[in-house]
Design a protein around this ligand. Structure first.
Ligand SMILES: O=C1O[C@H](COP(=O)(O)O)[C@@H](O)[C@H](O)[C@H]1O
Length: 294
């Protein structure tokens, strides 16, 4: 696991544009090196702002979108097409505008799909554990996604205990309570050490029923990029960069095998503790720059 590198941007908008430029370079470089690239998307404000900035970037087609595998780090267990699904928001912000191969886009299952709880359960976003089948449904959905990941990893692919591909870049928004993906402090999902994907119940942020990659799956990624912007994230950022307890502070446990990047705006970096070294991101990071240049 790699030590975090912290980059601070002047404001939220610059952070989104600079991160979009950085992502274009990382994915294009991966395609040059391996022929294909993979990215794991996050939901939330910062994740969606990044995708919108990427869609608007004149450099975006330095990525060969048809040779990109797209996964999600978490999903709200809602019916397909629900505007609160991370998948729906990502399609609107970016995926509908670029030439991704539909067969390489891997949304997490929806509550009304083959793993749904039927018409009465799962799709309502309620607590959903009241014997309506949601608990079994979300467990089945999580298992199905874990199988899809394991198949993509291939039998010969050895990346530690988590049978997931070695994702090139895994994006994570950081919640004000330090949650990443749908791993909330103290809930059972963040304690998972074997499975790669789990169902989440009782999430403190609505909707309460979700599906999430686990920390072992996240830690199989080559690069993990954590995004946080705004004053309301400053406390979470400070805690994650000082605490070692990932059960209480899930963001502290998110590390990549080759790189861990914290991408912040100044407001989110305002409470970084003494002794934590942060770098001011260069404004030119947001400007057009050719792939492979940094
Ligand atoms: O619900 C979620 O929240 C987090 C963080 O969102 P933000 O709006 O506070 O940035 C996000 O990373 C996660 O994917 C999403 O499901």
């Amino acid at each position: 696991m790699t030590a975090p590198r912290i980059l601070v941007h002047r404001d939220t908008e610059l952070m989104a544009r600079a991160t979009a430029a950085r992502l274009v370079r990382a994915l294009a470089d991966a395609q040059t090196a391996r022929g294909t690239a993979s990215v794991v998307l996050t939901g939330g404000r910062n994740g969606n702002a990044l995708l919108a900035a990427l869609a608007a970037s004149p450099d975006r087609d330095a990525v060969d979108w048809a040779r990109l595998d797209v996964w999600w780090g978490d999903e709200r267990f809602l019916p397909g097409g629900d505007p609160d699904r991370n998948e729906v928001q990502a399609r609107e912000a970016l995926l509908d505008a670029v030439g991704v191969d539909p067969a390489r886009v891997h949304p997490m299952p929806a509550a009304d799909g083959p793993h749904g709880a039927g018409e009465s359960g799962g799709a309502d976003g309620g607590a959903g554990d009241g014997g309506d089948g949601t608990e079994a449904a979300v467990a089945g959905a999580a298992e199905a996604y874990a199988r899809e990941l394991a198949e993509a990893a291939g039998a010969a692919d050895e990346h530690g205990p988590a049978a997931v591909p070695a994702f090139d870049v895994l994006l994570l928004g950081v919640g004000p309570d330090t949650h990443v993906a749908s791993l909330f402090p103290e809930l059972s999902a963040v304690r998972e050490t074997e499975r790669t994907v789990v169902g989440v119940h009782g999430a403190p942020k609505p909707p309460p029923v979700r599906i999430s990659l686990t920390l072992p799956a996240i830690r199989a990624a080559r690069e993990v990029w954590l995004l946080a912007a705004g004053e309301d994230k400053a406390g979470a950022v400070a805690r994650a960069l000082t605490a070692t307890g990932e059960i209480q502070v899930p963001a502290a446990g998110a590390r990549g095998t080759e790189r861990t990047l914290w991408l912040l705006d100044r407001a989110a970096a305002a409470r970084l503790p003494e002794g934590v070294t942060a770098e001011e991101a260069a404004p030119e990071d947001a400007a057009a720059s050719p792939p492979g240049s940094g």
